[in-house]
Design a protein around this ligand. Structure first.
Ligand code: HEC
Length: 135
């Protein structure tokens, strides 16, 4: 019975995910709270995690360029960067696989590549929620 309900849950999740990406209006900014906790995300953004540098070592949120692009306004840009990726998908990919799409005018291979190992899935969701508040 357990296995069966697990399968059903996974199916449902799969279907929900498919439905979302098919109908998503990529230009609207999703509600941060629906993704994670922006307050926690804000902390995750400015803390080191083992060897993984804090996001804030390379990114400002006030428009000034640093090692990486400023993340000011990233919430509004995120859904428009890559065709077929909505804002949440784009931000997730930017964190776990930074070289998949290299933001305009930026050099590849600079952003730390192992956040997926350094952060929990929950921390990543909280980060995405925080980034969605940067309008
Ligand atoms: C070692 C420096 C460095 C660190 C640390 C870093 N980044 Fe980056 N980041 C970059 C650079 C350089 C780019 C631009 C090239 C690219 O898109 O990969 C970038 C790009 C991005 C983008 C895409 C920006 C856009 O305008 O589309 C996002 C979002 C992002 N980073 C989020 C994060 C988050 C969240 C963290 C912390 C978990 C983080 N970065 C940590 C250097 C860094």
């Amino acid at each position: 019975v357990r296995t069966l309900s697990l399968l059903l849950i996974l199916c449902a999740l799969g279907l929900v995910a498919c439905g979302n990406s098919a109908d998503a209006d990529h230009s609207s900014i999703p509600d941060p709270e629906s993704v994670g906790d922006p307050q926690t995300g804000r902390q995750v953004f400015s803390e080191w995690h083992g060897e993984a540098p804090a996001c804030s070592t390379c990114h400002t949120i006030d428009g000034t360029a640093s090692v990486g692009p400023s993340l000011k306004g990233i919430a509004a840009r995120a859904g428009k960067q890559v065709e077929n990726l909505d804002a949440v998908e784009y931000l997730h990919e930017s964190i776990v696989d930074p070289d998949a799409y290299v933001a305009n005018g930026q050099s590849e291979s600079v952003m730390y590549r192992h956040f997926e190992d350094a952060l929990t899935e929950e921390q990543i969701d909280d980060l995405i929620a925080y980034l969605l508040t940067l309008k």
